[in-house]
Design a protein around this ligand. Structure first.
Ligand SMILES: Cc1ncc(COP(=O)(O)O)c(C=O)c1O
Length: 400
């Protein structure tokens, strides 16, 4: 009898975490490493949120809570959906979990049966396909390349839908490309979905607040109210409120689904951390002005990185609408040899040689299902970004 489960054979560990660990190991040996792999803001959680957490501890809010969230937080989440997205939800339609990740996982676990298909535009956040596999479903990646700004077209969506399609996972602005769908682009997709009533929509709005220039964020149930009854609108405090370590994510959708997700959570982790829930409550109900400050900061960094990468030989870097990632194309670098003698056979070889020869850690495109590219997370200081991009430029100049 095998000790490890067959389920484990279907999934692989997160490549983004692997790159971060490799960069950490190299740095520990004294190498000058700039890590651009991790997907989290580089600044601290706002003070009012930390204070609310301290208060919660002092007031003894340290016991089990309702499995899928304290009533005050659920109420605040309903108010957020109304205020920011024009969506009406009641607390019974809301679930709070241990990070956005657990929310998505619960929803897939609660709904997927063997043979059920889940459409995932590629490049995708690394965890989507593996979570689908863990839940027993079949991921159906659909390549949305640089020629469409990394956005799925309505024709592609239509062609990917089969009678077995249960979910369409939609993520805008996207990890790893930063691509954001305009209202019209999203409406064209929801028009397709309206014709296929068996398909549910999982909208991962994690980067909602990180949008640039005059881009207007919209979510599927908001753009097409006809999809409200089969949309799970997912979000969280991790990225917008610099709260990655607190582990609070949430969603809203039809009561039957929310109840089923609660059942999964009740038999796995129970409630998300009580103190973190009070911190998230302060995040959602306290002052929101730092969101605009952070947006401006990230926009400046995006401009810096996109500008410098497009000056690198063999790199084409589109200008993303949001998030804190860029996903440059390196087709022109493939097949070349680095100054250090490495053959750049694919994007993984590019990322490995870049790390070994320049100390810059990026995540290769194959991890996100679309190559040849790499992802940079620009959630780090301007100085580090300038230095990293200069090293990438000289690495590319050395390719022959
Ligand atoms: C697109 C996307 N969705 C969800 C998550 C999960 O966020 P959390 O840290 O709240 O679990 C991430 C985190 O990287 C993400 O990039």
């Amino acid at each position: 009898m095998a000790f490890l489960s067959d389920t484990l054979a279907r999934v692989k560990p997160s490549q983004t975490i692997a790159v971060t660990n490799k960069a950490r190991e190299l740095a520990a040996t004294g190498r000058d490493v700039i890590g651009l792999g991790a997907g989290e803001p580089d600044f601290d959680t706002p003070q009012n949120i930390k204070d609310a957490a301290k208060r919660a501890i002092d007031e003894g809010r340290t016991k089990y809570t309702a499995v899928d969230g304290i009533p005050e937080l659920k109420k605040a989440i309903c108010a957020k959906f109304k205020r920011e997205n024009g969506l009406d939800y009641t607390p019974a339609q809301v679930s709070v979990g241990t990070g956005g990740k657990q929310i998505l996982y619960n929803a897939l676990m609660a709904t997927l049966n063997p043979g059920d298909e889940v459409i995932i535009p590629a490049p995708y956040w690394v965890s989507y396909p593996d979570m689908v596999l863990l839940a027993g479903g079949t991921p159906v990646p659909v390549a949305a390349g640089i020629e469409t700004g990394f956005k799925l077209t309505p024709a592609q969506l239509e062609a990917a839908i089969t009678p077995k399609t249960k979910w369409f996972i939609f993520n805008s602005p996207s990890n790893p490309t930063g691509a954001g769908y305009t209202r019209d682009e999203l409406k064209a997709l929801t028009d397709v979905l309206m014709r296929h009533p068996q398909v549910w929509i999982m909208s991962d709005d994690m980067y909602e607040h990180l949008v640039f220039d005059d881009f207007e964020f919209t979510s599927p149930a908001q753009v097409e109210p006809g999809l409200y009854d089969r949309t799970l609108t997912c979000n969280g405090v991790s990225k917008a409120y610099a709260m990655t370590g607190w582990r609070i994510g949430y969603c809203a959708g039809p009561v039957e689904l929310i109840k089923a997700m609660g059942t999964i959570q009740s038999q796995s982790t129970s409630n998300p951390c009580s103190v973190s829930q009070y911190a998230a409550l302060e995040g959602l109900t306290g002052p929101q002005d730092f969101l605009a400050t952070n947006r401006a900061l990230f926009q400046r960094r995006r401009d810096l990185v996109v500008g410098m990468l497009n000056e690198a030989k063999g790199i084409v870097c589109p200008n993303p609408e949001g998030a804190f990632y860029v996903y440059p194309d390196i087709s022109a670098c493939i097949g070349k040899t680095s100054a250090g003698g490495a053959t750049i056979s694919d994007d993984e070889a590019f990322a490995t040689a870049l790390l070994e020869e320049t100390g810059v850690a990026v995540v290769f495109g194959a991890a996100f299902g679309l190559s040849p590219n790499f992802r940079i997370s620009y959630a780090t200081s301007d100085e580090q970004l300038r230095e990293a991009c200069a090293r990438i430029q000289s690495f590319c100049a050395g390719l022959s």
